[in-house]
Design a protein around this ligand. Structure first.
Ligand SMILES: [Zn+2]
Length: 274
């Protein structure tokens, strides 16, 4: 008989699990690891462009009640790994039905079949950093579009690295669903934005744009629901105060109507509280 007490071992594992499950202690534990010699000068902070799920990702419910086949148009810098997480369908199944042998074969703008999915879920990757202190809301001032078409537009305008926003909320045009949240390459790479070049907002503000021209039309209920979900997720994780959640037109030094004269500020501000 060994002197080891198996009961004590399981008690210790239980205690550690309890400790680990507590979000605060998990953060403290990770912070301690990051302050090991040599690491303090190189803070751990994304990017995880195609690797494991970003820490603390938040996932919204998928839109369809029952699984069905669905065609997805590949967005800028989107990986098959990310698409498989978005649709909650195994990467090998997507490769098989599209007769692909290599996940890197997919190209921007290509339509690929997603077998038996409950639709695109919003997978919001959250990277531990203190740089994001503001959220800036925009409209695209276009009736149609998606991350790919706005990326092309921003490339044509000469924006460094294309799509200037971190997130884009679709309005049901250009093969995307009404209220679908697309994550831009800048967010995945945690790069500086190209959406509000005043008051340092590109450096400290998370840029979210909704497809539409809200000086001419109202925000669709689904777009607004998705915006509320996204903003609440970001503001809670990055501890962004409500007064720092602003429209593009509220950025000091800007003269623009963005996100449009019909944007429902009162309702939006009310819904993101708490
Ligand atoms: Zn704007």
């Amino acid at each position: 008989m060994g002197s080891e007490n198996p009961y004590l071992g399981s008690q210790m594992i239980g205690a550690f699990r309890k400790f680990w499950n507590h979000h605060f202690f998990r953060l403290v534990f990770l912070a301690l690891i990051c302050y090991l010699p040599g690491c303090a000068h190189n803070p751990v902070m994304g990017p995880f462009p195609s690797g494991p799920m970003a820490p603390n990702s938040v996932i919204a419910e998928p839109p369809f009640l029952f699984p069905r086949d669905f065609y997805h148009e590949v967005g800028p810098s989107e990986t098959l790994w990310r698409i498989s997480k978005t649709y909650d369908v195994d990467m090998s199944n997507i490769l098989r039905v599209n007769h692909l042998s290599d996940p890197n074969q997919i190209v921007n703008g290509e339509k690929i079949l997603i077998p038996q999915t409950r639709g695109p879920r919003a997978v919001i990757p959250l990277y531990p950093t203190k740089r994001w202190t503001h959220i800036v809301i925009h409209h695209t001032a276009t009736e149609m579009g998606n991350a790919r078409t706005i990326d092309i537009m921003h490339h044509e305008r000469g924006f460094w690295n294309g799509l200037g926003y971190d997130f884009l909320i679709d309005n049901g045009t250009d093969s995307k669903m009404d209220g679908q949240i697309e994550v831009g390459p800048r967010w995945i790479k945690q790069e500086v934005g190209a959406h509000a070049n005043a008051a340092g907002m590109n450096e400290k503000g998370i840029g979210i744009a909704l497809i539409g021209n809200f000086s001419k039309e109202r925000v669709s209920p689904r777009e607004l629901d998705s915006l509320v979900f996204l903003v609440k997720t970001l503001k809670n994780y990055y501890h962004i105060p409500d007064e720092n959640i602003i429209g593009h037109r509220d950025v000091p030094g800007k003269t623009t109507e963005c996100p449009g004269t019909l944007f429902p500020w009162q309702e939006f501000k009310q819904r993101i509280k708490g």
